[in-house]
Write a protein that binds this ligand. Structure first.
Ligand SMILES: CC(C)(COP(=O)(O)OP(=O)(O)OC[C@H]1O[C@@H](n2cnc3c(N)ncnc32)[C@H](O)[C@@H]1OP(=O)(O)O)[C@@H](O)C(=O)NCCC(=O)NCCS
Length: 209
């Protein structure tokens, strides 16, 4: 078991370090370059941001991991809306990946989310990774991802923090608007990214964007 780490809420003095860490972790992973650091930068002033769940993981007083959560909603088929949460970006610095820190940070944040009364968390991601923290495909619980036309996406996952919260619930989940900030402000993003160290954008096999 790992013991040489601490997890705490992000503070304003961490903002640049966190954004640079997120950029390092996501760079060229899903697209040439990345924009997840811009999403974090904007989310902090978004009413959907859950500051208690904006968490940094430190090893030897150095931030090597970060996760943030957003309020989200399920549009139920009966016309009601159900308050839930989502998380991301989740980032572990490339030098510290595959050492268990990602899972530790996810599990810790889920415990905190439960303490805050969040009943359910929905995310898109790897079933292999998040399955270890108890996530299952959300379609098995009656919730469909809005972008999934077939309604069988295995990458759309959920975890109930309140037992049977999704029992008898059927609905659609849309990503909260805060995650689309780059598409809405492409020029602001280009300017914002210039403050970080120069990195080469590469088009790699397996990119989803
Ligand atoms: C994804 C990420 C957060 C995982 O963190 P990590 O610290 O590397 O993961 P862990 O060491 O805790 O992994 C625990 C287990 O999950 C699985 N796992 C980890 N990363 C995985 C991946 N990318 N794909 C599939 N399974 C993965 C493995 O089974 C791993 O155990 P193993 O190393 O013994 O095989 C980290 O690699 C990262 O920051 N990646 C870039 C950004 C990103 O993709 N974020 C998540 C977006 S959904």
């Amino acid at each position: 078991m790992k013991t040489n780490f601490t997890i705490r809420q992000e503070e304003s003095k961490d903002f640049f370090t966190v954004e640079n860490l997120v950029r390092e972790a996501f760079w060229n992973v899903y697209q040439p370059g990345c924009d997840e650091h811009f999403i974090v930068n904007h989310y902090r002033s978004n009413p959907d941001f859950i500051k208690e769940l904006s968490l940094v993981l430190e090893v030897d007083d150095k931030i090597i991991g970060y996760i943030m959560y957003s309020k989200a909603q399920i549009d139920c088929n009966d016309g009601t809306k159900l308050d839930v949460a989502t998380f991301g970006p989740l980032a572990i610095h490339p030098d510290f990946q595959r050492q268990g820190f990602g899972k530790i940070l996810v599990d810790y944040s889920l415990e905190k989310a439960k303490e805050l009364g969040i009943p359910c968390v929905l995310i898109c991601g790897s079933g292999e990774f998040y399955g270890k923290s108890g996530f299952v495909p959300a379609t098995t619980k009656g919730i469909r991802y809005a972008d999934d036309s077939e309604g069988d996406a295995l990458y759309f996952l959920c975890k109930e923090l309140k037992e049977d919260f999704l029992k008898d619930i059927f609905g659609i989940y849309h990503d909260p608007k805060g995650y689309f900030v780059t598409h809405e402000n492409p020029e602001d993003f280009e300017k914002y990214d210039l403050q970080f160290p120069k990195k080469e954008k590469l088009k790699l096999p397996g990119h989803i964007f």
